[in-house]
Design a protein around this ligand. Sequence first.
Ligand code: IMP
Ligand code: MG
Length: 174
Amino acid sequence: MDHNIRILIPEKEVEEKIRQTAAQISEDYQGKSIHLVSVLKGSVFFACELAKRITVPVTMDFMSVSSYGDNTTSSGVVRIVKDLDAPLEGKDVLVAEDIIDTGRTLHHLMAILEDRNPASLKLAALLDKPDRRVVAVEADYTCFEVPDEFVVGYGLDCAQQYRNLPFIGVVENA
Ligand code: IMP
Ligand code: MG
């Protein structure tokens, strides 16, 4: 089915904001290297754009989690579908996520990563939907707050479609 997609945040604005966030991150991690953990699949576009603009050394790793629940509400019980390749011990880990919604997935995921003894653990989110929060999760870096609407593009999907849109859009007839 085709959806009507309204542009919420245009491409130029997304790019500019990621550039600013990367500049802030580069300043905050001066003298360190960043181990950037991207949560598949949604955060891949954000993680790559961010990594390209960070000026301190960056290594990248990927993991895939699924949270039990239906399509629209996550249960917060996270199952690791694909684990990271490398240990986190002693590393300055920055997790890149596409969106914080209820916070359930990230709350559990951050606890799993913290258990692996990184030197530090921070969170960068492309989008935040604060109105939807059920579990307290706060990103160290947030690019945009969005209203409680279903958004797609820049990695975010609706039934696996629209991840490749270069802007953030709202699905009007989901
Ligand atoms: P949480 O556990 O409720 O915070 O779930 C967060 C996950 O739900 C995100 O990583 C997305 O995969 C998905 N999600 C939440 N809101 C949206 C949305 O508006 N569009 C696309 N995916 C979303
Ligand atoms: Mg996700």
